[in-house]
Design a protein around this ligand. Structure first.
Ligand SMILES: [Zn+2]
Ligand SMILES: [Zn+2]
Length: 151
C-alpha cells in the first residue's frame, strides 16, 4: 500500500488521515472490541500519533482493559461509528479501526489477540500469528514490532 491512508465515520463529520502506513494491524476478539464493533471482533491499526490528523468531534468512552490500562474508544457522536482508540499504556500511539478506512482493503492483518475469546462463527485465521490473550509483557517480536494492541 502507498504511504498513508484516509478514513472517516459513516455520516462524514469525522475525517482523519495518516501520513504513514500502520506499524501493525491486528484483530482483537476481546469482549470490549466485540461490543463496540457490531460483530465478532475489532480490527485495529497501530500508528504514531504524530502521523495522525483528525477533523471533526470525536467522543471518547474510557474503560479499563485487563492490564488496568485505560482504553479510550473514540466514536462519532452523531452516527456512532468507531473511529480510533488510545491506550494509557502506550502514549504517542493511536489505533484507528480498520472499518473506518476509506479503503479497508489496503490493510493486511498480521496478528490476532484474545484469540481464546473468538466466537464459533467468527473463527481465528490460522495463517496469522495469534495469542490466546495479550502476549506476555507485550514484547512479542514475531511480527517485527512489539504487539501492543490492547484496544
Ligand atoms: Zn459520523
Ligand atoms: Zn480488544
Amino acid at each position: 500500500m502507498p504511504d498513508g491512508f484516509t478514513g472517516g465515520c459513516l455520516c462524514g463529520t469525522v475525517r482523519f488521515e495518516s501520513a504513514v502506513n500502520p506499524q501493525l494491524v491486528g484483530h482483537c476478539h476481546c469482549l470490549d472490541c466485540r461490543k463496540s464493533s457490531g460483530t465478532g471482533h475489532g480490527t485495529n491499526l497501530m500508528i504514531p500519533e504524530d502521523a495522525f490528523t483528525l477533523s471533526g468531534d470525536v467522543k471518547f468512552y474510557d474503560r479499563p482493559a485487563d492490564s488496568g490500562n485505560i482504553v479510550s474508544r473514540g466514536f462519532c457522536p452523531n452516527c456512532g461509528s468507531a473511529i480510533y482508540s488510545r491506550n494509557s499504556g502506550t502514549p504517542g500511539v493511536v489505533y484507528p479501526r480498520a472499518s473506518s478506512l476509506d479503503d479497508p482493503n489496503v490493510v493486511k492483518p498480521q496478528v490476532v489477540v484474545y484469540a481464546s475469546r473468538a466466537l464459533s462463527w467468527d473463527p481465528v485465521d490460522p495463517a496469522l500469528l495469534s495469542f490466546p490473550e495479550m502476549p506476555p509483557n507485550n514484547s512479542e517480536k514475531g511480527v517485527g514490532v512489539a504487539v501492543n494492541f490492547e484496544g
